[in-house]
Structures are given as C-alpha cells and as structure tokens.
Design a protein around this ligand. Structure first.
Ligand SMILES: [Zn+2]
Length: 375
C-alpha cells in the first residue's frame, strides 16, 4: 500500500454496521468478486438486515486457504471491516493473491453481525463467540471460573455507575491475587452468568453454527489453512498484537506462526500476551471442520483504550442489557462508551491498523507460498 493511499485510510472505515457492510460489498463487486450472504434471523439497530457475508478470491478447489475475518466480537467489527474493505480495494494485494495459482482468500465479514450492528461485543444470545467453541453435545463439564463468581456482583451491580464499595471489591481482588488474576477472572470466560461478561454460553450460537457450515464448505478442499482474525480492545492504542491462535499442544503450530509473522507473536499460554488465557476459542473450529488441513493462525488484536476503560465499557453495556428501564440518555451514553472503547475514530489509528494488517496478510501469503515449495 502506498503512502498516498494510507493517508486516505479513513475511507474504508464506517460509522455503522450497515455502512460497513455496504462498503465491503461494494469493494468486492469492484474487484469482480461475488458475495455470499448468510442471513441472520434478526434485524439490526437501524432496521437493516444482518448477515455473515463471505467473499472468496481464488479457485474453488484451491488447496491453500487464507481466512481473514472480522467482528467475532461484534463492536470490534469497525476495525476488521475497514481492513477487509481496504484489502479488497487494493490492486497490489489482489494481484499478490492472484499470483499464487493454488491459493484462495476467504473474507468473512461480520462473524457476529448482531453485535456489530447493536454495538455489543457479544452475540444476540449474550455470548462471547470466542468462548463458545465447545463440543456442547458431548455434555462435557464446562470450565469453572471461581474468580468470576467472587466478583460477579461487583462487576455488574444493581445500579450504574457502580458504587465505591463495588470498585473497592475489585481493587481488593487485584491486591490479593494480582492484576493479571483479576483480568483472568473477568475475561477468561465463564459459563454460569447468562447476562454476565465473557459468557461462553451453553449451546452453539448462531454465529458458531454458521461458521461451521462456512468452513465445512470452504475449507473442505484445503490442506493448508491460515487465519487472521481481527480484534480490538487490548494493548497500546493502534498497536496490532499478533496473538497465536492455535493449539498449545502442538509446538509446530506456534513455531510456524512465529516463522511467518515474526518472533513477536505472543501466546496466551506463556504470559507473553496482553490477553489472559482463554477457553472455548474460535480457531478450534478448524480442527473440527477441516481436520485434513495444516493450520496456522493469529488474532490480530489492536489496542484502543486502557484495560480498565475497556472493561468498564463492557460492564456498562451488560448492565444496560439487564436494565431495559434505563433512560434514553443513559442508553445513548453507554452505547457511545462501548463504541469508543473498541473503535478509535481517527485517521491516524486507522492508518496504523491498515499498515500492520497489510503486512500480516502479505506474511500469510508468503508463509503459504513457502509451504508449497517445501512439498
Ligand atoms: Zn475481540
């Protein structure tokens, strides 16, 4: 991407889901690519239809597949959608994809379109999609989170904003166990409080089920799959942390991710990431739906606001969901707060996002190409 284009980064980003979807579809059409909508059963905040939209560039039978996905966490989709639209609008990128005969790129626009449109991180089921990938049918015991139990009432008190006593309880937890343990308790995932934060659900969500169908169809012919899943909310503003999204049991996966995307690739399991260790992660869907494929993936996690501000925005939004009697004014303020916590609406931030995303996308192409040479 050239500098003049970078200065115009803002044009690819949007102010609503509806606008983001329109820009994405227009960019696909201009690139001569078809879009395949998977319609969502509910309507959006502006009365618009919602969909998980797919655009595929490359042969239907390509053995190498690069997935680039947005809005796993709905409101984070302002970032991912802008990046997808910028990629689809970039002649150099499209040509680089075309240059590899046996490769396809699958853009998944709005994994969680409901959360994107309604400015929520969770799905319409109130579920954190990136904690929802368990084999629920096996009736396996869902992971316990005793830390969350201890602070649940202070996190989501009856009144908002929270009282000094609520805040003191959280600070006290951090003082006793450490800040990292507090982050782990809040964000690690929990399966008991349906209206709570980072709730993983008790069944596959619409987004989970739809993604399985998508991957069964688009991943079946691939033997080498790479995935960049776009997120926001953790780390320094505008910095894209490359977080390994793969099996801690398979050291080759992490080694490959670091060979492709650099030694700075962090891991949830060794404390190197700004994220706490998590359960029920989305990438595991590859193992289930495309067991034939070698898999290499990262979450590209862009920083927005400080951790406490991000968590407080989520607390406010979950409080709002549990309190439909809240005033119009409070609703408006909380929705602005959560949007601002996951989307920094400045040209500089957007430009920084695109620069790092284009680099990571190109590195994925290089990694897939090299693996061909080795075969
Ligand atoms: Zn996220």
């Amino acid at each position: 991407m050239n500098t003049a284009k970078a200065a115009e980064a803002s044009q690819f980003f949007s102010q609503s889901y509806a606008e983001a979807r329109a820009k994405f579809l227009a960019a696909a059409e201009a690139a001569g690519l078809d879009a395949e909508p998977h319609w969502h059963p509910l309507l959006g905040r502006e009365g618009e239809r919602l969909a998980m939209d797919l655009v595929r560039q490359g042969p239907a039978k390509a053995r190498k597949l690069l997935i680039i996905s947005s809005a796993c966490h709905g409101v984070e989709g302002f970032c991912g959608s802008g990046i997808q639209t910028a990629l689809l609008s970039d002649a150099g990128w499209l040509a680089a994809v075309r240059a590899q005969a046996d490769l396809a790129v699958l853009y998944i626009h709005a994994l969680n379109p409901y959360g994107f449109s309604w400015l929520r991180r969770v799905t319409q089921e109130g579920v954190d999609l990136n904690r929802n990938f368990h084999d629920f049918a096996q009736h396996a015991e869902l992971p316990a989170n005793p830390g969350y139990e201890e602070i649940a009432n202070a996190l989501l008190p009856a009144h908002w904003p929270p009282s000094a006593a609520d805040e003191a309880l959280l600070s006290d937890y951090a003082a006793r166990h450490g800040e990292a343990a507090l982050q782990q308790a809040i964000s690690g995932g929990q399966y008991k409080h349906e209206l709570g934060l980072f709730y993983g659900g008790r069944a596959p969500t619409w987004s989970h089920q739809t993604l399985r169908h998508v991957l069964q169809e688009h991943g079946a012919g691939a033997n080498d799959i790479a995935w960049i899943d776009l997120h926001t909310g953790l780390g320094p503003s505008g910095h894209g942390e490359r977080i390994f999204a793969g099996s801690a049991q398979d050291p080759n996966q992490l080694a490959r991710a670091r060979a492709w995307w650099g030694p700075e690739v962090t891991s949830l399991s060794d404390g190197s990431s700004s994220s706490a260790p998590l359960v029920g992660l989305m990438w595991s869907v590859i193992e289930r739906c495309c067991p034939q494929a070698r898999y290499t993936g990262i979450a590209l996690e862009y920083g927005t606001v400080p951790l406490k501000a991000m968590i407080d925005a989520l607390r406010a939004d979950h409080w709002l969901e549990a309190h439909p009697e809240a005033s119009e004014d409070q609703l408006r303020r909380i929705k602005q707060q959560i949007r601002d916590a996951f989307y920094i609406d400045t040209p500089e931030w957007k430009q920084a996002l695109l620069r790092q995303a284009f680099e990571a996308a190109q590195q994925a192409l290089n990694g897939l190409e090299k693996s061909h040479e080795q075969q």
